[in-house]
Ligand binder design. Structure first.
Ligand SMILES: Nc1ncnc2c1ncn2[C@@H]1O[C@H](COP(=O)(O)OP(=O)(O)O)[C@@H](O)[C@H]1O
Ligand SMILES: [Mg+2]
Length: 306
């Protein structure tokens, strides 16, 4: 559905996007994960022809996008990072304005606005002025505005930054509903939990470059660290550890009263049962998960969130 090939963009001497390539299949939720300043918005802005690339090609549904705003307009729905609504107009009137920009016939438009407001859970607030809305509600109206013209793909640029948890969940549900209906979605964020929850495939971007891409399982293969669980005991002797070694099929390493077991959460109960049998009392348990944060750290030496 979307092909991005060798895309680059500089602002004066800043290389904001540096030779990135990826493809997105129809019906996927593709996550662009990276810290602030990584180049996420610049990439999305080129993909929606808001910005012209210096180099590279973008194809969406067979159309060459490269700066062709007219081609994009019908294909793409864009939810920008900055909220763009008229504060002194109602949600309904804001959406009328957006729909008219897309030339949707007025009778059809009214129906679409109501359906879209229902989808985002704000139909009952449609006549309230935007200035009475919370940040999260405004963001949901922005999403509605991007959907009125029935685009084939939806680009969302950090849609949950600075909003309340309830709106955040609403937005996730809307994304999942749209995706079930077949919508292809590109989602940028610096929150790894969000891509873990939503995305089929992920590209990790840092300093304008894609440093890894694939499914979550593929990304987890990239680093040598394995999932492990740390158990802390009141007292743990060498003899105890040897006994545990005899009974458990997982690699173990002892550090004083702490024991690191290379096993998964599913295997946790087996370890606890064995400890009980040996009358070793577990004081504390800590999961060391291999998540996208760990992958980012391993690949860049930096935390995702600074
Ligand atoms: N219009 C612009 N003029 C100059 N520099 C810009 C402009 N837009 C983005 N940048 C720079 O390009 C880099 C990438 O920015 P951006 O794409 O906004 O990152 P992200 O969305 O991942 O936070 C940053 O260093 C940013 O300061
Ligand atoms: Mg951005």
């Amino acid at each position: 559905m979307i092909q991005v090939q060798n895309l680059s963009k500089s602002f004066q001497d800043i290389k904001a996007v540096n030779d990135i390539s990826f493809t997105i299949k129809k019906g996927e939720i593709f996550g662009l994960l990276g810290p602030n300043g990584a180049g996420k918005s610049t990439t999305l802005n080129m993909m929606s022809a808001i910005l012209k690339s210096d180099e590279g090609h973008i194809h969406i549904d067979g159309n060459l996008i490269n700066g062709h705003a007219k081609t994009c307009k019908h294909l793409i729905g864009v939810v920008p990072q900055e909220i763009s609504l008229y504060e002194d107009l109602s949600a309904y009137k804001n959406l009328l304005f957006w729909g008219n920009l897309y030339g949707i016939p007025s009778k059809e438009l009214k129906d679409r606005i109501n359906k879209t407001l229902a989808l985002i859970g704000l139909l009952d607030r449609k006549n309230d002025l935007i200035k009475t809305y919370s940040g999260g509600m405004k963001r949901r109206i922005n999403i509605a505005a991007a959907l009125l013209h029935h685009p084939k793909v939806l680009f969302m640029d950090e849609p949950t930054v600075g909003i309340d948890p309830q709106s955040r969940n609403h937005i996730f549900e809307v994304i999942e509903t749209l995706n079930k209906q077949g919508m292809t979605i590109v989602y940028t964020t610096h929150y790894m939990e969000e891509v873990e929850r939503l995305c089929n495939r992920i590209a990790i971007i840092d300093s304008g470059k894609i440093i890894a891409q694939g499914t979550q399982a593929e990304l987890k293969e990239l680093i040598p660290t394995k999932e492990s669980i740390q158990f802390e005991f009141n007292l743990l002797s060498e003899n105890d550890v040897n006994q545990l070694r005899g009974r458990l099929p997982y690699p173990l390493s002892q550090n004083k009263n702490k024991l690191l077991v290379e096993c998964t959460v599913q295997e946790l109960s087996k370890v606890i049962t064995t400890c009980n049998e040996l009358q070793l009392s577990v004081e504390d348990i800590q999961l060391n998960k291999v998540n996208l944060e760990a992958i980012f750290l391993s690949l860049t030496g930096k935390q995702l969130r600074d």
